[in-house]
Design a binder for this molecule. Structure first.
Ligand code: RB5
Length: 147
C-alpha cells in the first residue's frame, strides 16, 4: 500500500529533503512536497504550519519536517492540536516516539545529522507501529487539549 507522506522544510533543510525524496524505502511513498524549494531564506513556522494543516485535512498520514536544528519547525508543528511532532537524532528516538507517543510528524535537523542517519531515522519512524490500547494510548489521549 502506498503511504502519503507530507514533507516540508525551510532553507536549512532543502538538501536533506531532496536526498530523502530520491531514496527508496521499504514502503512505497507518495511524497506531498510543501516546499521550500530553494536555499533562499524563509521562515520555518510557515512550513511547519502548512505541513500540520495538510495532515489535519487527512491528505497525508505522516509528515517529515526539516529545518537547521529540527527544533524550530517542531515547535511550529506542535502548535496544532492534531500533531505530535518529535525531533529525532537517532533511530531509537524514532522507534520510541512511534511506540510511545504515536508521533505523526518526524522533525529532523539537517545541520545536526547526516543524510544516511536521516534515512535510517525516517525508515524506522515510518515502519514502527504505535502500541495502542494500553498505557501509551491513555497518555497520548491526555495530550489532547480538552483532557
Ligand atoms: C534557519 O537559519 C534556522 O534558524 C532554522 O532552520 C532552524 O534551525 C530553527 O530552529
Amino acid at each position: 500500500m502506498i503511504k502519503k507522506i507530507a514533507i516540508a522544510c525551510d532553507h536549512g533543510g532543502v538538501g536533506l529533503k531532496k536526498f530523502l525524496k530520491d531514496q527508496s524505502f521499504s514502503l512505497e511513498i507518495e511524497w506531498i512536497d510543501l516546499g521550500t524549494h530553494s536555499e533562499d531564506s524563509v521562515d520555518y513556522p510557515d512550513y511547519g504550519y502548512a505541513l500540520s494543516e495538510t495532515i489535519t485535512r487527512g491528505e497525508a498520514e505522516y509528515g517529515i519536517a526539516i529545518c537547521g536544528s529540527g527544533i524550530g519547525i517542531s515547535i511550529a508543528c506542535n502548535r496544532n492540536d492534531n500533531i505530535r511532532a518529535a525531533v529525532c537524532t537517532n533511530t531509537t528516538m524514532a522507534r520510541l516516539t512511534r511506540i510511545d507517543n504515536n508521533a505523526n510528524v518526524l522533525c529532523l535537523g539537517a545541520r545536526i545529522i547526516g543524510d544516511v542517519l536521516a534515512y535510517d531515522i525516517v525508515e524506522t519512524f515510518l515502519t514502527t507501529k504505535f502500541e495502542s490500547g494500553g498505557r501509551h494510548e491513555r497518555r497520548v489521549n491526555k495530550l489532547k487539549r480538552e483532557n
